[in-house]
Design a binder for this molecule. Structure first.
Ligand code: UD1
Length: 363
């Protein structure tokens, strides 16, 4: 039996780890301990995803919670080390680019245990993003790097990572999407909210660069004002964004947007249904750029760069930055055109986690 520890911590990790632990179990040759760092802990940021995705209850929850980057990262490391010392796995698997990813990766490699990184090689080339630092460092110390798209292979090659460590396996987030699409189709969210397919927009924003400063957040609000005037706009709001609305004095402004509906963060299945029938999705999320590509829904990314360039060339994604005029004109273009019929990215076929399990077993 190959002993593995699989790590998850924050919301975007849960849909990535779900197919991985399932594929490991299916080999019959891998024994997996699931560790949740507790980076995200709210019912709606964490538990709901375990329920919706049928992820087994974590074997261990480190319960770290929120703090500054340094404190959160250090606390995860402090609490993760005894788990590895006690369990002595052959491999640790980390996913994505959050603080839990680098914190657990660093502990693993310092103990001389092998580290596998799922979703390796993505680069925004913007080192002001905390995730970019997490990606660069995690890839530099990993023994196996599982890549989602060709740009990842080029990035890792340029950074001097030996080819034999790197495998293009596809996208585990799309494994989860494909496995749950039918179930999500039974969600009653549209009916409950009195929405028609194609008759509304979806917005999510949570990146510090967009929601932590009043000037930027106000510019995005200028665009949202116009967009919600065109179609009802649903905005399930991340806790960071909720906190900032009042801290930055923007709550009244959002309240005056009568067709913009602010909701609590949603579970996976309801949100997948909501996203799949939307006219346009406006977001700063990484995962949603990929999900809309597969769903064939327009995506406007409120950033100047993306670490997922395949969603621009093979997908439905456009970078719109934070200038309101640019956002609105891109929005109008989407509203007047149908989604291009582009070929899907290679290996985004729902089988990525199976490939990962196979490669790990063959090592
Ligand atoms: C983290 C990830 C980011 C990912 C995002 C998805 C890092 C560096 N960032 O950012 O890449 O896109 O998750 O959500 O790891 N909070 C709650 N309840 C929770 C979790 C957070 O209220 O369950 C609030 C707290 O006020 C906290 C703030 O949200 O201070 C930020 O949480 P944190 O985990 O530090 O970063 P995210 O912005 O969620």
């Amino acid at each position: 039996m190959l002993k593995t520890v699989a790590v998850c911590g924050a919301r975007p990790n849960f849909m990535k780890i779900a197919p991985v632990v399932e594929a490991f179990a299916q080999t019959g040759r891998m024994q997996t301990l699931l560790v949740h760092t507790g980076q995200h802990y709210d019912e709606r940021m964490s538990r709901l995803f375990f329920k919706d995705l049928g992820i087994p209850e974590p074997d261990i929850n480190l319960g770290v919670g929120s703090a500054s980057h340094a404190v959160q990262t250090a606390e995860i490391m402090r609490r993760f080390e005894p788990v590895l010392l006690d369990h002595q796995p052959d491999w640790v698997v980390v996913v994505g680019d959050v603080n839990s990813t680098i914190a657990c990766g660093l502990v693993t490699t310092k103990l001389g245990i092998k580290l596998a990184h799922v979703e390796a090689g993505l680069r925004s080339f913007d080192r002001t993003m905390p995730e970019e630092i997490n990606r660069l460092l995690t890839d530099a110390i990993s023994d196996l790097l599982f890549v989602t798209e060709p740009s990842g292979l080029e990035n890792l090659q340029r950074e001097g990572i030996p080819d034999e460590k790197v495998h293009l396996v596809g996208n585990v987030m799309i494994d989860t999407l494909k496995a749950n699409l039918e179930k999500a189709g039974r969600s009653t969210i549209l009916k409950d909210m009195d929405l028609q397919p194609g008759g509304y927009n979806v917005v999510t924003l949570h990146r510090p660069s967009n929601v932590d400063h009043v000037e930027t957040f106000s510019r995005i609000a200028d665009a949202l004002e116009v967009i919600q005037d065109d179609l009802p706009t649903i905005f399930p709001m991340h806790p960071r964004t909720v906190n900032n609305l009042s801290r930055l004095g923007l709550a009244d402004r959002f309240e005056r947007m009568k067709r913009l509906r602010i909701l609590e963060p949603m579970g996976y299945l309801d949100f997948l249904k909501l996203m799949s029938e939307a006219a346009v999705v406006l977001t700063d999320s990484g995962g949603m750029q990929e999900e809309t590509t597969i769903l064939g829904v327009w995506c406007l990314t409120v950033r100047e760069n993306t670490e997922r360039p395949i969603t621009l060339t093979s997908g439905t994604n456009t970078l719109v930055g934070t200038d309101p005029a640019r956002i609105v004109s891109a929005y109008r273009r989407c509203r007047s055109a149908s989604v291009p019929d582009a070929p899907m990215p290679d290996k985004w076929d729902g089988q990525a986690a199976g490939r990962i399990a196979e490669i790990m077993c063959s090592r």
